[in-house]
Design a protein around this ligand. Structure first.
Ligand SMILES: NC(=O)C1=CN([C@@H]2O[C@H](COP(=O)(O)OP(=O)(O)OC[C@H]3O[C@@H](n4cnc5c(N)ncnc54)[C@H](O)[C@@H]3O)[C@@H](O)[C@H]2O)C=CC1
Ligand SMILES: O=C(O)/C=C/C=C(\O)C(=O)O
Length: 486
């Protein structure tokens, strides 16, 4: 049986308590391996190693030397592309085409973009005359924050973890990563890669476990952790923010969403249908940026619903490596139950189920997998649970609208503010809307189009802070001002 060990100070270590938990493949619910759960002693050791590394070889490297190591990491991830791919696919069940085009390439790119960015980073300076007629120069220096706790979810495990580890290390910090209990594999594998490229011990550490009363809580409450970056549910973000209040540690939070797509009658219809299909159903709807509310201008409402239904019905569920598989399972039995409970709720609230609404028929070998059907509803009021709450499954509700102001009010009437996409050929209207929608990210005639130099994050209850390009450095460094009189 495969074992996933904690990675502390450059070594793979078992849990001292002997506690393990199962890592299961959501395709058929088979056990992939046993994960060694970190208790307080392992978390303490990981944080101590990370703290010591700040003052060791790592702390003495120049930016260029650090970047050389990070570039080597990116190359090594690409060299071991298939190992990462196999590990990610086993943990998540996602289709090969998706993992090989999105998850693993981004794992490498998330190091490269920050080495490119940090090498040309500047800070401000000001000169002034002092009251006694001399001069004073003030200049900024960016210093690493210290030990960063990286708490990750299961939907894009390598992508979201490296999106934080990349800039944290580029800035000279050290990290302790707590991957999701559902997806321990790629964070563990990255430990091997760290050793291969000669990363100093203690720079990258991994502790496995759960949230409350486990590795997640032990890490976020640890007094020697200097900053916490988290992607996941808003409720968990709230708990982490409370933990960070003790010791006044900064947080970067990328949280949930209830993202809308707005489709105007003048859109390029095929682009809108194809892109909304992706935004609703890609990764079985388990993308924080995914669309769960679709608003379609009334003249094309019926045509759009029919087209999206036809697309949803082509989303064949199946094994990740089958060429015709278009959708994988959701991550776990627990999450399958959550998504299906929303499918029930939609029916109870009077939705018209346009397609889906249950579990697809699967061959015997996959019957125990965590499958749910791509699902579309219409006919619900804006107050319905499936129109207001994040489901994180392959589903959406479609409503008609008549006016720009009306749809704007509906889109903004939600506690989340992560992402929106707008489909129209009227570029003036698209820009006018984009500036009024209360979100961190707005796509026009596109979705999940990523330029890694741009700010990424949510407003309202979708998060705090922006990561990406130079914006990541706001969180991963402390800006110090130096004043010199001459
Ligand atoms: N990217 C996103 O926006 C994501 C949203 N979700 C949403 O969250 C729901 C629950 O999924 P989970 O994986 O349970 O998300 P979660 O937010 O509970 O967990 C994410 C990470 O936080 C850790 N964690 C949980 N409680 C913690 C605590 N008190 N202190 C420190 N760490 C803690 C978990 O172990 C995991 O590594 C999903 O059904 C989905 O709706 C889930 C994953 C990603
Ligand atoms: O492209 C990114 O950096 C992130 C994409 C997706 C998420 O953040 C998410 O699903 O949580």
């Amino acid at each position: 049986m495969k074992e996933f060990l904690n990675f502390i100070n450059g070594e793979f270590v078992k849990s001292a308590s002997g506690k393990t938990f199962e890592d299961r493949n959501p395709v058929d619910h088979s056990v992939i391996g046993l994960v060694h759960e970190a208790g307080k002693p392992e978390v303490d050791a990981a944080v101590a190693a990370a703290k010591a590394a700040l003052k060791g070889d790592w702390g003495r490297l120049s930016v260029v030397e650090r970047c050389k190591l990070l570039d080597a990491l990116a190359l090594e991830i690409n060299r071991r592309f298939d190992d990462f791919l196999q590990a990610e696919i086993a943990d998540t069940g996602k289709p090969h085409a998706l993992a090989s085009h999105v998850d693993i390439p981004r794992g490498a790119a998330n190091f490269q973009v920050f080495t490119d960015t940090i090498k040309s980073m500047s800070t401000e300076s000001f000169q002034m005359r002092t009251p006694d007629g001399k001069n004073a120069l003030s200049y900024g220096v960016r210093v690493p924050r210290g030990v960063i706790a990286v708490i990750c979810p299961w939907n894009l495990p390598l992508l979201l973890m490296t999106w934080k580890v990349g800039p944290a290390l580029a800035c000279g910090n050290t990290v302790v990563v707590k991957p999701s209990e559902e997806t321990p594999a790629t964070a563990t594998l990255l430990g091997e890669v760290m050793n291969t490229v000669g990363m100093p011990k203690g720079v990258y550490n991994v502790v496995h476990g759960f949230g409350p009363n486990s590795a997640g809580e032990f890490l976020t409450t640890h007094p020697d952790v200097n900053g916490i970056t988290f992607t996941g549910e808003t409720r968990t973000g709230t708990a982490i923010m409370k933990a960070a209040a003790d010791g006044i540690r900064p947080v970067s939070l990328e949280l949930g969403g209830k993202n809308a797509a707005i489709v105007f009658a003048d859109c390029d219809f095929q682009v809108a249908v194809d892109t909304v299909t992706r935004s609703c159903f890609e990764n079985a709807g388990q993308v924080c940026l995914g669309t769960e509310r679709v608003y379609v201008e009334r003249p094309i409402f019926d045509k759009f619903v029919a087209a999206l239904k036809a697309k949803a019905e082509t989303m064949k569920p199946g094994l990740p490596f089958d060429k015709d598989t278009k959708i994988g399972p959701v991550i776990s039995k627990e999450h399958q139950e959550k998504v299906l409970s929303y499918y029930d709720k939609a029916r109870e609230e009077g939705a018209t189920v346009v397609t889906g609404g249950g579990v697809p028929a699967m061959p015997d070998a996959l019957k125990d997998g965590c499958w749910v059907q791509p699902t579309i509803w219409t006919g619900l009021p804006e107050t319905a649970a499936v129109v207001t709450e994040e489901i994180f499954g392959p589903c959406c509700h479609i409503s008609p609208f008549d006016a720009e102001d009306e749809v704007l009010a509906k889109v903004n009437a939600n506690r989340y503010g992560l992402a929106t996409s707008i489909y129209t050929q009227d570029i003036g209207r698209a820009n006018r809307m984009a500036q009024q929608i209360e979100v961190g990210l707005c796509w026009i005639n596109s979705w999940f189009l990523r330029d890694l130099r741009t700010p990424f994050g949510g407003s309202k209850q979708s998060g705090i802070g922006r990561e990406g390009g130079v914006h990541s450095f706001e969180f991963y460094t402390e800006l110090r001002n130096v004043m010199v009189k001459f």
